[in-house]
Design a protein around this ligand. Structure first.
Ligand SMILES: [Zn+2]
Length: 219
């Protein structure tokens, strides 16, 4: 930021006998407005990543679930690795689920053997197959079915967010309530939460929890 500031300052030619004035927005606007600041920041973040978040905010899931996913996708979950990097005193940096590997965001939600088991149960339930990426953002983007409609894919994104939220809750229960990790329980909770959200939000949604949520919708 300091380098950027210096670059901006050095670009301005200093003139004698000219009064200073306040200028905002590359000289196009002279008056600052919150809206113009928002537009300026939005321009910087548009691109591939922007598309990811556009889809995320439309995902069919509870708002708190979507917020947790947003934090996962921007790597802002206080995992043990992240806390230790921020110099918060941590005795261990190993994963709260497997107790083997370091607990990074990528490991906890994607690479951990328990997370992998949950994803596998979930994919069987949904009847979809896809190549699993290690990076959470790519994993989220590829959790997609080409035969499904846009709306159905938003349901899939909602399920993705619910898996992530439930893993996070289970990991906290293990850490703070000394519970034992159970991938089947994470999957069943995900199944129940996703299904109940869809059941209560959509009048046309009549599918049984046990039969499979989306398999019949692809037909
Ligand atoms: Zn692990």
């Amino acid at each position: 930021m300091e380098a950027n500031l210096m670059e901006c300052i050095l670009r301005v030619p200093v003139k004698r006998n000219v009064n200073d004035i306040q200028v905002w927005g590359n000289g196009e606007l002279k008056k600052y407005t919150v809206n113009s600041a928002y537009e300026c920041l939005a321009k910087q973040t548009r691109g591939t990543h922007h598309v990811v978040f556009e889809v995320l905010w439309k995902a069919k899931a509870f708002p708190n679930v979507v917020i947790t996913t947003w934090r996962v996708l921007i790597d802002r979950i206080p995992t043990r690795v992240r806390l230790s990097r921020r110099e918060v005193l941590m005795l261990l940096t190993v994963c709260g689920l497997c107790q083997i590997n370091e607990e990074s965001c990528q490991h906890l939600f994607i690479e951990c053997k328990y997370a992998q088991l949950v994803w596998s149960l979930c994919l069987n339930w949904l009847g979809i197959v896809f190549v699993q990426h290690n990076d959470p953002k790519s994993h989220f983007v590829s959790f997609h079915c080409v035969q499904a409609s846009f709306k159905q894919n938003l349901m899939l994104k909602g399920i993705w967010t619910t898996v992530v939220r439930t893993i996070s809750e289970q990991r906290n229960s293990i850490m703070f309530k000394k519970r034992v990790v159970d991938a089947n329980e994470i999957f069943q909770m995900t199944q129940l939460k996703s299904w109940s959200w869809l059941k209560h939000r959509s009048n046309s949604f009549t599918y049984s929890l046990q039969i499979g949520l989306l398999t019949r919708l692809y037909v």
